[in-house]
Design a protein around this ligand. Structure first.
Ligand SMILES: [Cu+2]
Length: 319
């Protein structure tokens, strides 16, 4: 299945434009970085630059809470071990004490970890609830895991496509001018500054759609519909890459995720092109002219539940 060249071409064109912009602003580190969004740099430390509110919240949780606490614990335990090795060696401590219990110490080493967990529970639960808040989304992208590629359905626009690995070898990558094992033949295009509902399911085994920059990492489970949301900050347009993160078989390493974030206007223009390029999810909606309206209403969706029963029914249940 390859609707291929279209997306790669578009991507190249837009990437070239991005590159030119970055070159024009040479020295502006942020711009150069955005152009390479999600591509790890040698000796890079820390989490990738977050581009969504959720990813920002996740980074804050990690950098301000988890990392300091774990650092203190690690240093404390290491110091304790070293001191014990030194102080209580056979040479320095030939006749060991026979003490077996110390109530105060036992209360402390039980109580302190409990307190740490209670403190961590607050930002953790905040994050959990925030990532579950799929209210008021403006569009829906349905993501279906396959062995070994991703299928994307723009359910509001009634079209979809498959995304296969674009370049497996160094030679292919060089020839196409794309990053090896990261680019796909068709690229997911998403608008910035738009709250997007992401729905996940699988046609065969467990996969995981993971895109760290968005703070999204969700299992696709056969027979289940998982949900998440994302809203890419305005001004963070660019290419983002992710990977299947649930061991799913022989080609697990060869089903990357490539997402191009564009402005709302560019997205609308792309949708018009994409509707011509890609197959309709439901051809019957084509014939009755529903597509001319641009939007498929929930009622039309419900009328037509037969085709993709599980996914549709699950989606409609929410309404
Ligand atoms: Cu996988």
């Amino acid at each position: 299945m390859s609707f291929g060249s279209f997306s790669i071409r578009t991507t190249k064109r837009l990437a070239a434009a991005g590159g030119a912009a970055a070159a024009g602003l040479a020295g502006a580190g942020a711009t150069a970085r955005d152009a390479l969004a999600a591509k790890a740099e040698p000796w890079q430390l820390g989490l990738p630059e977050p581009v969504t509110p959720l990813a920002e919240q996740m980074r804050t949780f990690h950098d301000l809470w988890l990392l300091p606490i774990i650092t203190v614990i690690t240093i404390f335990v290491l110091a304790l071990l070293l001191y014990t090795c030194w102080r209580f060696s056979e040479k320095r401590n030939p006749t060991p004490s026979k003490t077996t219990h110390n109530s105060l110490l036992e209360v402390v080493w039980t109580g302190v970890p409990v307190l740490i967990l209670v403190v961590l529970a607050f930002p953790s639960l905040q994050l959990l609830y925030a990532s579950d808040d799929t209210a008021d989304t403006e569009m829906t992208l349905k993501i279906v895991g396959h062995q070994w590629y991703w299928e994307y359905q723009y359910v509001d626009e009634n079209f979809g496509f498959d995304a296969f690995l674009a370049a497996r070898t160094h030679e292919e990558a060089e020839e196409m001018g794309v990053p090896r094992l990261m680019m796909t033949d068709n690229v997911v295009v998403l608008p910035s500054d738009t709250k997007i509902l992401l729905q996940f399911t699988s046609a065969d085994v467990l996969h995981n759609w993971a895109l760290s920059d968005f703070g999204v990492r969700v299992d696709t489970v056969p027979g289940r519909l998982n949900e998440a949301w994302t809203k890419i900050n305005a001004g963070k347009e660019g290419m983002y890459y992710g990977f299947c993160s649930e061991l799913c078989g022989a080609d697990h390493a060869f089903m990357p995720i490539a997402v191009q974030v564009v402005t709302k206007d560019a997205y609308r223009a792309w949708v018009q092109e994409a509707k011509q390029e890609f197959a309709a999810l439901d051809p019957s909606l084509e014939e009755d002219g529903a597509r001319e309206g641009g939007e498929i209403t929930a009622a039309e969706n419900a009328d037509d539940a037969a085709g993709e029963t599980l996914l549709r029914v699950a989606a409609d249940d929410r309404r």
